[in-house]
Write a protein that binds this ligand. Sequence first.
Ligand code: FA5
Length: 347
Amino acid sequence: MNDELMKGMQEVRASFERALADAATTEALEEVRVRCMGKKGALTALLRSLGRLSAEERPAAGQDLNALRDEMEEKLSSRRRQLRDAENEAREAGERIDVTLPSRGRPAGAFHPVLQTLHELAEIMVGLGYSVALGPEKEEEHYNFDCLNMPSWHPARDMQDTFYFPDGTLLRTHTSPVQVRSMLKYGAPLRIVCPGKVYRRDNDPTHSPMFNQMEGLLIDRDVSFAVLKGTIGAAVNAFFGRTLKNRFRASYFPFTEPSMELDIECVVCGGRDPRCRVCKGTGWLEAGGMGMVHPEVVRAGGIDPDRYNGFAFGLGLDRMAMLKYGIGDLRLLFDGNVSYFLSGRDA
Ligand code: FA5
């Protein structure tokens, strides 16, 4: 065989063997393959040099070079298998699950029934296209009363006799102040709900000094009372998971005209138990107040009442929770006695 070619083959084999032994990863091995057998590799250069040999030398030299290429390929793939197995083993060792580790455990506690109610109702309203707006619990008299057609001399204020701070601000008595705040902030058209805590001087089985309401406000053109009835009915049915009987009783709020109170069928006894601890045998429970927003309130919100009108409602979230979970005394929601909720009985 041509001496020069033989020398070249020896060099290629020797440097290939060295590189093969040095390659510690499949990635390094791939670099060896490219360097020795790729388009610009040493073996390819030798194969190209065949063209310079005489016609007699070429067949034998070609056979030797092919044999060298087969040998290198064989060694490459066997080394590749070895390295890949080692890499897989190392990765699996890192991923091994230690079954002796302590479990993560279940999170302690759960949502309070009122918070659960708040989340569910807000989610239903968001599904109907409403956004959630929040307002301060320490409120100005102006938003809590004056803007809502309740000047200082108005008798409706007496029903919400409340907690004042020395600076004249007060703990809000309802979520309705968010109506004017939101109108001033966002303008018309508007669809918001505002859930949150409110405070009054109340304390009996269905009245607590701190309770939760969810205000709803829709301002648009030509809004009718039918839209309010449809919206409230849809939200209440979605919350209880079935179609409930409801009734709208004429009522009075200085900030809506006409005003209504919504009663919903007692979900605990369906009106069949005269001793029902939730509805007291009436078959109905008052869920909230509502009505068409008074034009003066729309004006206080910076919106022209001749162009826009709308409705508002305020649902008592604690009452909704009482109904959904069959809780007989509102105060149980706040006294921290969990045995009632665990056993489902009066504590
Ligand atoms: C209001 O607070 C009005 N702001 C509701 C409203 C909003 C009317 C928008 C029109 C337009 P009312 O005082 O009736 O209305 O309270 C609404 C609901 O809160 C009641 O139906 C009741 O479910 C609940 N609620 C009232 N007082 C208490 C209390 N002390 N404890 C628990 N829930 C109460």
